[in-house]
Ligand binder design. Sequence first.
Ligand code: GSH
Length: 132
Amino acid sequence: MATRRSIFSLSAIAVTLMAASLCSASSESAFVKKTIASHNIVIFSKSYCPYCRRAKAVFKELKQVPYVVELDERDDGRNIQDALGEIVGRRTVPQVFINGKHIGGSDDTVEAYESGELAKLLGIVAEHKDDL
Ligand SMILES: N[C@@H](CCC(=O)N[C@@H](CS)C(=O)NCC(=O)O)C(=O)O
């Protein structure tokens, strides 16, 4: 009898943990989607990452202020990175979005800057392009 009760309790705990983990996964995914929808320029970044610094430099050059989510400075950063990875199909940072459109990582952002695509997406005129 006691064994059956223990099995029941363990099953209940397992179900609760699974539900909590599913809930948390969907809340991080909702955070990523809401952030992308609420800001013109979003960079999911890590504060120490040189590729992220390069992506930020692009927007500084264009005199634009991105909304930056520093994943390494948040307790839920790892889960957000997982959710972001599911959405864009990549696990690296930075990941850059403009007006809801996924631009990609640092290399993609620099390429889009150099081709003039970024300025076009932002509706601005880029005077001259520095090497970044
Ligand atoms: N080619 C990529 C390189 C990005 C990259 O390697 N980023 C590193 C951080 S500097 C990364 O995401 N490493 C895995 C991690 O931090 O989880 C780009 O242009 O964005």
